[in-house]
Structures are given as structure tokens and as C-alpha cells.
Write a protein that binds this ligand. Structure first.
Ligand code: PBG
Length: 340
């Protein structure tokens, strides 16, 4: 019988040495997920009180007063530092040009003021796009063509987005985040903000926003699904990667402060690509459909919610994103807190 020594492989390099204990794994860990990197998307409506959003379990439509109170709790108890606001309005407030979007007394504008009053440290970001206010459910101004189809008009939309953005900035938003994918809107918003003396308001651009099936649950939350047509003439083709770099370079040149890729986990290669193409910070939006896939699998006992969520978010960080928008932000903050 051979001795034990002789049976050993002659391996000088054994990568497993770096995984032999939790302490050593901690020393060599390359990527971390922290509460300071999370942005929580929230919905504010004109109604009284709050309402569970059926298509986004664990999330609510908040009243103006309710959202301010909730933001204070998220800030003080969970350490969340940034929320992204979406307005929900009734069909009676919607119009062809989405004009409710730039009403200074609108629900988002009132929410911004209420949150800033209740918890001044909370970074308030707002979504800039017309779809929640458009009778067409499109992100921009629509022209009906003779053949019955529609066109979302670029330059007219940018003018409307400027009005909406200035209104959010006047209400006290810290970061404006245009999600419409019109050409030239970053430059137009930067110019308008600077001319209005609001040069300290930041722009987080939805730089590479793909025409994805994964926005379905979000549109359910807002009642904003397109009534006619789709969004493929402005949101990007999921087949394209180089085009994302082109968008990134334009946004950087036009004055964006942060670039975003959306959705996140199906587009990790795009996150990495943008990370390498620019020095700007990169954000990624783990969208409603990505969130819901995990929720559904967890609800039926197929996956562990905490592990599946944390692994998805870590993969987004590893790909190169600095910050992540996620509907799981409060739960993740709680889990991270428990681990410390
Ligand atoms: C619309 C907007 C969408 C999302 C954020 N802003 C949906 C869309 O483009 O139709 C999606 C967010 C999500 O799915 O979580 N301006």
C-alpha cells in the first residue's frame, strides 16, 4: 500500500487556500454591497392613505403625507439615503401632452417638498418622463399619423421634459432622472437648469434603457402601459451593445452626472462596457420584472428570497455598477444590518 504522502497531487497553486475560512474569504472579497449604494423607487399618488401595489408585492402607493413619514423611517431606521419618486395620477389628470407633469402643485412636486421638510438629508431623485401623465401611456408627445399609427416626437418632447424637470427642481429635487430616451434631452435639461440658477441639481441619465418585457409590473403599478404602439422607437433594442456606448458618450458630453443601465441582470455586459467607456459613476435599475421573478420564485418556495436578492444585486455591483435602484431596498437594508 502506498503512503498518504505519495497519493497527494503535486499542486503548488491551490486557489482553495483563499477560500478556506470566512475570515480569509473576507480578506480576498472583491465586491461589496452596502446600504449607501441603494436607491429605493417609490410611488406617490393623489389618494388618501396608502395602498398595496398588487403587481409589486411589498411596495405601496403612498399619499404625500405618508411618503414623507415613510422616508423618515427609511432614513433613520434603515439607513437608506436616496429615493426615486414616481407619480401616480387618475385618468382624469391625463392628457395628450401630459401637462400634469409640470404642475407645480402636482403630486410629485408636493411629495418632494414634504420629504425634504421631514428629512432634509434624504436625497430625493425624481423620474422625468411623461408616461404617467399621458393618455397614450407614451413617454413623450405623440403625433397621430394618417395610417393610424403614432410617432413620439423628439424635440417637442424634450421641451415638455424641460418644463417637468424645472418644476421638480423648483420643488427641491436633488437629482433628476430622465427615463424617456429622447435624443438631446440631457444637454437641454443641463442648459435649462443652469440658466435658471439651479446648477447644483444633478442629472442621472437613463443612458441605456432597453425596450424590455421586464417593465410590465411597473406599468401595472402606475397604470401607464402604452395604449397604442410600443416604445421601440426610443428605448433600445435588446440586441445592441455598441449603441449603449454611443449613448453613454453623448450623455457624458451633454453633461450627465451619472449614467444608468436598465434593466440590470440581463444587461450585465452593458454595465461592464459602460464602466470601461467612461469615468462617470454607473447606476443600474433592477427593474420590476427582475424583482418579481425573485418574489414569485420565493413565494412558491423555489428560491430563498434573501439569497436570491443579494446574489442578484452583488452580480450587478461586480459587473461595475456603483449604485442600484431596487424595490427590495428596505429589505436589503434590513438584511445588511442584521449581518453586521
Ligand atoms: C417610464 C419608466 C418605466 C420604468 C421606469 N420609468 C417603464 C417604461 O419605460 O415603460 C420601469 C421601471 C420598472 O420596471 O421597474 N418612463
Amino acid at each position: 500500500m502506498k503512503g498518504k504522502e505519495e497519493e497527494k497531487m503535486k499542486l503548488r497553486k491551490r486557489p482553495r487556500r483563499n477560500r478556506k475560512s470566512e475570515e480569509i474569504r473576507g480578506l480576498v472579497r472583491e465586491t461589496h454591497l452596502g446600504v449607501e449604494q441603494l436607491i429605493y423607487p417609490m410611488f406617490v399618488w393623489e389618494g388618501e392613505g396608502e395602498e398595496e401595489i398588487e403587481s409589486l408585492p411589498g411596495n405601496k402607493r403612498w399619499s404625500v403625507e405618508g411618503i414623507a413619514k415613510e422616508c423618515k423611517r427609511l432614513y433613520e431606521e434603515l439607513g437608506l439615503r436616496c429615493v426615486d419618486l414616481f407619480g401616480v395620477v387618475g385618468e382624469d389628470k391625463k392628457s395628450a401632452d401630459g401637462r400634469a407633469a409640470w404642475d407645480d402643485g402636482g403630486v410629485v412636486q408636493r411629495a418632494i417638498r414634504a420629504i425634504k421638510r421631514a428629512v432634509p438629508g434624504m436625497v430625493v431623485m425624481t423620474d422625468v418622463a411623461l408616461d404617467p401623465y399621458s393618455t397614450y401611456g407614451q413617454d413623450g408627445i405623440v403625433k397621430e399619423l394618417e395610417d393610424g399609427s403614432i410617432e413620439v416626437m423628439n424635440d417637442e418632447t424634450v421641451e415638455a421634459l424641460v418644463k417637468q424637470a424645472l418644476s421638480h427642481a423648483r420643488a427641491g429635487a436633488d437629482i433628476l432622472s430622465p427615463s424617456d430616451m429622447m435624443d438631446g434631452r440631457i444637454g437641454a435639461l443641463r442648459t435649462a437648469l443652469d440658466e435658471a440658477g439651479m446648477e447644483n441639481v444633478s442629472l442621472l441619465s437613463y443612458t441605456a434603457k432597453y425596450a424590455s418585457c421586464l417593465y410590465g409590473p411597473f406599468r401595472g403599478a402606475l397604470g401607464s402601459a402604452p395604449k397604442k404602439g410600443d416604445k421601440k422607437s426610443y428605448q433600445m433594442d435588446p440586441a445592441n451593445r455598441r449603441e449603449a456606448v454611443r449613448e453613454a458618450l453623448l450623455d457624458e458630453e451633454e453633461g450627465a452626472d451619472i449614467l444608468m443601465v436598465k434593466p440590470a441582470t440581463y444587461y450585465l455586459d452593458v454595465i461592464t462596457e459602460l464602466r470601461e467607456a467612461t469615468h462617470l459613476p454607473i447606476a443600474a435599475y433592477h427593474v420590476s420584472g427582475e424583482y418579481l421573478m425573485i418574489q414569485a420564485a420565493a413565494a412558491s418556495g423555489w428560491l430563498d428570497e434573501k439569497q436570491a436578492t443579494l446574489e442578484a444585486l452583488l452580480s450587478i455591483r461586480r459587473a461595475g455598477a456603483d449604485m442600484i435602484l431596487t424595490y427590495a431596498a428596505p429589505r436589503v437594508a434590513q438584511w445588511l444590518r442584521e449581518e453586521r
